[in-house]
Write a protein of this length. Sequence first.
Length: 271
Amino acid sequence: MELIDSHAHIDFPQFAEDRDAMLERARAAGVSTLLAIGSGPGPEKLDAAIAFAEQHDWIYATVGTHPHEAKELRPAHLEQLAKLAQHPRVIAYGEIGLDYFYDHSPRDVQQRVFREQMELAASAKLPLIIHCRDAWGDCLEMLDKFWKPAGLGGILHCFTSTLEDAQRGLGMGFLISFAGNSTYPKAQNLRDVAKALPLASLLIETDSPFLAPQGYRGKRNEPANVREVAKAIASVRNLAADDVAAATAENFRRFFKLQAPAVGRAGTRLL
């Protein structure tokens, strides 16, 4: 089974003690490609994901500031992000967006920073990785107004909304990514959305170290567990997990215009 984890925070301190072993487990589980999300634990670590993409040829990186830290973002940070977005291993901008569940940053500040980062992404010609929680109306409205004209699309990460919102995202060029929460018994609504959407529009992710799938709940999540998301989606689409894994891997490569990894490639370090 070939798997792509389209969203993981491998720089986070939860992996400090066994990061290399965690990455080895991912490879052993069939993870051929991983997108390391560069939101970092604050604006002081805007380049947090890039080092991993420099060291491992199967890992790619993003840059961006999470809406939780929007209130901390200064013009100097935006200038740094603009430079980091030019790095050859950076293939997307994010995760950015709106979070009205925690409201760690004021909503008007979140919206301003969201728009500022969309402008940076458009200048860099990078697609977006969107974080949205309890803010779907405002988030999709802003994407429609400020992002859709760019024609660059992106990924609605850890999707948690309705089929109608997912379809609206598809209309703006976004892929829909499902995480470990789609495996939870009470998340049938998410599995229903995954069943109704075209298979060519789906991605899978872990959002490691968060959202460990059912059977691992209460534990730290890691990229090897992305196979559990493939199984959950396969179960509602009457497909084999291998088929969902292969389709979502191909969707990722097609969207980002990446070549399939060579069979038997060792592929650890570029530098």
